[in-house]
Design a protein around this ligand. Structure first.
Ligand SMILES: Cc1cc2nc3c(=O)[nH]c(=O)nc-3n(C[C@H](O)[C@H](O)[C@H](O)COP(=O)(O)O)c2cc1C
Length: 315
């Protein structure tokens, strides 16, 4: 029987508490955007107020989107390819109809925003800078309509412009979520810092493809999709480590975290907090088990706080 069956709520372990850019979390584990619905969908599996450090809601856009044609998900060895295409009801609908329900839980909320232009990013950030939102997570993996659809996140100048534009219109912490589909992740992270961003989260998915050899067709409706899960973890970990050495803003690390050990690796590489995505699709209670394993590590090494391991990997 789980602690939850006995008590209905779970007592958070104070040694796992963190402060990320002024956002107070009961543990460092954030539910990753797009893999946790808007949160309440998981209330039957997790005590959202005590077991989840924060929730990054499904990516929002200016207008609602139906997303890409199916199939939208394909399993790969050690990972998942997805091409959801940012299906969502739009920012204003979110504020009016979804946020009130989410505010019932005592858990910080990050709004994950995507846009087609710098101006649209600013509009999104302003519209979503409302009571009940703890921070803005800016998804720069989406295509820039002003640059022939090239992702914002591949050009440091554009990333700096987006960060500045968002920074100008909000007092909430601005966290820019980086795309791994770049040659030099460090220069992109530096651009966020130069633009006044409070933090970076990395990584989003790696662009990939799968083929159905019998139909001789791509497996995904959108041909290409984003790869996530354990397959991307070493790439993500390397990028977190490189970025940690190069910038002074705090990092949220993600990509393939399936266990407490994985999460601790990310924190040792330099992440102040972590996000869990694909693991939740395998087990909706993954965040609980990852948290428990992290607490076990803190006990095992007699640490005062999980914060003590941030960047603690020896060279
Ligand atoms: C089905 C699915 C939907 C996603 N939707 C979004 C999204 O809306 N916005 C975003 O920034 N990232 C999105 N992501 C990326 C995840 O938040 C995360 O960056 C990525 O999956 C790597 O972490 P993981 O290996 O723990 O899943 C999505 C990922 C998946 C698998």
């Amino acid at each position: 029987m789980s602690e939850r069956d006995l008590n209905n709520t779970v007592t958070p372990n104070p040694k796992l508490a963190i402060d990320y850019c002024g956002i107070k979390m009961k543990n460092p584990i954030i539910a990753a955007s797009g893999t946790f619905g808007n949160g309440p969908e998981y209330a039957g599996y997790l005590d959202l107020s005590n077991e989840v450090g924060a929730i990054s809601v499904k990516g929002l856009t200016l207008k609602g989107r139906h997303g890409n044609p199916g199939p939208r998900i394909a399993e790969t060895p050690s990972g998942v390819l997805n091409c959801i295409g940012l299906e969502n009801p739009g920012a204003e609908y979110f504020v009016e109809y979804i946020l009130p329900d989410l505010k019932k839980y005592d858990v910080p909320l990050l709004v994950n925003v995507s846009a087609g232009s710098v101006v649209e990013f600013a509009w999104m950030a302003e519209t979503l800078s409302v009571d009940g939102i703890a921070g803005i997570e800016v998804n720069v993996s989406c295509p820039n309509v002003e640059c022939e659809g090239m992702a914002f996140g591949v050009d440091p100048k554009v990333v700096e412009d987006v960060t500045k534009a968002v920074r100008k219109v909000t007092n909430k912490p601005v966290i820019v979520k980086l795309s791994p589909n770049v040659t030099d992740i460090v220069e992109i992270a530096k651009a966020v810092e130069a633009g006044g961003g409070d933090g970076v989260s990395l990584i989003n998915t790696l662009l990939g493809m799968a083929i159905d050899i019998h139909r001789r067709k791509p497996l995904l409706g959108n041909i290409y999709g984003g790869l996530s899960g354990p397959a991307v973890k070493p790439v993500a970990l390397r990028m977190v480590h490189q970025v940690y050495k190069a910038v002074n803003i705090p990092i949220i690390g993600l990509g393939g975290i399936m266990s407490g050990t994985d999460a601790i690796e990310f924190m040792m590489a330099g992440a102040s907090a972590v996000q869990v995505g694909t693991a939740t699709m395998v087990d909706p209670e993954a965040i609980r088990y990852i948290g428990r394993q992290m607490a076990g590590y803190v006990e095992q090494y007699n640490l005062e706080s999980i914060n003590d391991i941030v960047g603690a990997v020896h060279q």
